[in-house]
Unconditional design. Sequence first.
Length: 165
Amino acid sequence: MSVQRDNDLDSVARALEEAGWARYGVSSDHVVPGLPPSELAWRKEFLREPPGYRRVNVHVRLVGQPNQRYPLLFRDYLRAHPHNAQAYATIKKDLALILPDDLDRYTDVKDAACDLVYFAAEAWAQSTDGARGRPMGERTPGVAGVHTPGAYGSAVQPTPSSCKR
C-alpha cells in the first residue's frame, strides 16, 4: 500500500491496527546497493493480518521512493518471467529449510537474492513498459488492480475480505 506523505505512514498503520491488523515492528526496508541510502527512501510500516485471516503481509510505503518501486517492479518481472519466479521460489523454500530458526539470516540472504532479481527487473523495465512486457512506446494505461499515473506509482490496496481463509 502506498501513501502520498511521510506522516501518512503512521496514520495509515494506526488505522489498520484499529481494524485488527498487527504492526510487526519493521520500520524500513533494506538498502539496495547502488540506490539512495537515505532513511526516507526506505521507510515503511509493516503489518500482518487480523486473527482468523490467511497470512498476509501489508507494507505501507511512500509514493515515489525506491522502496515503493522495488516490490512492484519485482512482482511484475516475476509474473512476466515464470522460470525466474520458480527459481526464486526454490531459493525461499530452501532457505526456510536451512534456516528455520534464524529469521534475521533468512532475511539477509533473501534480500540479496531479491536484489539480483530487482537488477534484472530494472533492465527489463528499461527495455519494455515493464508492466506488460511490451517495447517502450506501446504502453497500455495502468496495471490491473493498481491505481497510478505510472506503472510503479502505487500499490494494490488490500482488503480483509480478500484475505479471509
